[in-house]
Write a protein that binds this ligand. Structure first.
Ligand SMILES: Cc1ncc(C[n+]2csc(CCOP(=O)(O)OP(=O)(O)O)c2C)c(N)n1
Ligand SMILES: [Mg+2]
Length: 428
């Protein structure tokens, strides 16, 4: 409707642009418009360079593995075959773990699960590229960090089942792990909190004269939160020793990345406005991920400041067990995605080196399957979620206050009354 004011009547009517994903269910996805530069094409500046020297890289794509699985160009980290095989094993383990836990949720053994299918290279290679005592502030899609740092699979499952072996005592949503000893900060359900926490921890590390760095994680969608920008400001002002990762998997539940600004600029290019180093990386290329994190870690350790690293990838499955992506995107989008499968690409690389073959691959798959099954059996012996009843319900009040306030003491007594009634006997 035109503006009724006569002075404004001839001005154009204002309108908003509401981003829409290019493809919806039933459409044939065509990603040929996504620029995929050849592997090896991106230059590798010195990690101690001025931030602005990285600015051409915020719109490029750091890639090491070419279409034939060969490692090419200046970002090739030249990892030895044993390390490459361990990375492959960890990535495969994450995928098998995800599949089994997804099925466990469907079988009613837990309430909720989230997979990272298609994104396995990112957390696994980042775990390899950071030091064991650096601390990660992950989201719910970096289970690969725990797997690569040797956290017991059965303990992860205990958390998912909220059973008596759950170190978090059932107080966190399944998959929201926390383990200080493995440098894995508690996952927060509130998106984007990881960024200010990582920057704050990194600043504290510097203030204390420590040498450990932090790595913060966020999804494409969550970059739209204020916490992202607040963390970027602190990180750049104080040149905090932190790596800030954006996992751009194209989707935030059913919202596509355009809703968070991806139509206008790459996520990595946000580094430019802050005067921070930035890299845009093929997230389905384990070697590129490793090289980029290693570069940013070296920069942070040398007091050269933070780096924003965008990992360009695709969320191959639903957001969580509560989601049905067929309602908002074409079913075959994941297979049309141009960057391929990260596990298949690393495998092809090892085969090309003469360090891997189909027989070894099949043997590894069988070994991983047996390991994950054994962990599941061990964890389910301790218990699955529906069987966690009122036995120790009053413990939900423990570990919060040094001295329980009167109102919580009152609630604890009430919960014990309910438990007595439910159990027909005295609860533990
Ligand atoms: C502050 C906040 N807003 C909204 C939500 C609900 N929520 C949970 S996950 C999610 C999507 C996040 O997408 P993205 O950041 O791209 O990460 P991804 O799930 O793709 O890894 C939303 C909106 C939340 N948990 N916290
Ligand atoms: Mg996302």
């Amino acid at each position: 409707m035109a503006d009724p004011d006569p002075i404004r009547a001839n001005r154009p009517v204002l309108a908003l642009h509401v981003p829409e994903p290019p493809y919806r269910p039933g459409d044939a996805p065509d990603f040929s418009t996504i620029a995929v530069p050849p592997a090896g094409a991106a230059p590798r500046p010195d990690p101690a360079c001025e931030a602005r020297e990285t600015f051409p890289l915020v719109t490029a794509l750091v890639r090491v593995l070419d279409e034939a699985g060969k490692a090419v160009g200046p970002w090739d980290p030249r990892l030895d075959p044993d390390t490459l095989r361990t990375m492959l094993k960890d990535m495969k383990t994450v995928r098998v773990f995800d599949d089994r836990m997804y099925r466990a949720q469907r079988q009613g053994k837990t309430s909720f699960y989230m997979k990272c299918t298609g994104e396995e290279a990112i957390a696994v290679a980042a775990a390899f590229a950071t030091d064991r005592d650096d601390i990660h502030f992950p989201t719910y899609r970096q289970q690969g960090l725990l797997v690569s740092r040797g956290y017991p699979l059965a303990t992860m499952m205990n958390q998912i089942y909220s059973n008596a072996g759950d170190p978090l005592k059932g107080r966190q949503l399944p998959i929201m792990y926390s383990d200080k000893a493995h440098g894995f900060f508690s996952i927060s359900g509130n998106l984007a909190t990881q960024y200010p926490q990582a920057v704050g921890w990194a600043m504290a590390s510097a203030i204390k004269g420590d040498s450990r760095i932090a790595m913060g994680w966020i999804g494409d969608g969550a970059t739209a939160e204020g916490d992202f920008h607040c963390a970027m400001t602190f990180a750049t002002v104080y040149q905090a020793p932190v790596i800030l990762a954006v996992v751009n998997n194209q989707w935030a539940i059913s919202s596509f990345s355009g809703i968070a600004g991806a139509e206008q600029a790459t996520f990595a290019s946000r580094a430019v406005g802050y005067g921070m180093a930035g890299l845009r990386v093929d997230g389905n290329d384990a070697l590129a991920v490793y090289a980029a994190v290693r570069w940013a870690a070296e920069r942070a350790r040398g007091n050269k400041g933070p780096t924003l690293v965008e990992f360009f990838t695709y969320r191959a499955e639903g957001h969580s067990t509560s989601d049905d992506p067929s309602g908002y995107r074409p079913r075959d989008e994941a297979t049309a995605w141009p960057l391929g499968d990260p596990i298949a690409r690393l495998k092809a690389h090892l085969v090309g080196l003469g360090e891997w073959d189909e027989a070894r691959d099949a043997a590894l798959d069988a070994e991983i399957d047996a390991t994950v099954r054994a962990a599941q059996k061990e964890s389910e012996k301790v218990g699955i979620l529906p069987n966690q009843g009122f036995d120790n319900i009053a413990s939900m009040f423990d570990d919060v206050y040094a001295e329980t306030p009167w109102h919580l003491a009152e609630q604890r007594e009430l919960s014990l009354d309910e438990a007595r009634e439910y159990l027909g006997h005295e609860p533990k």
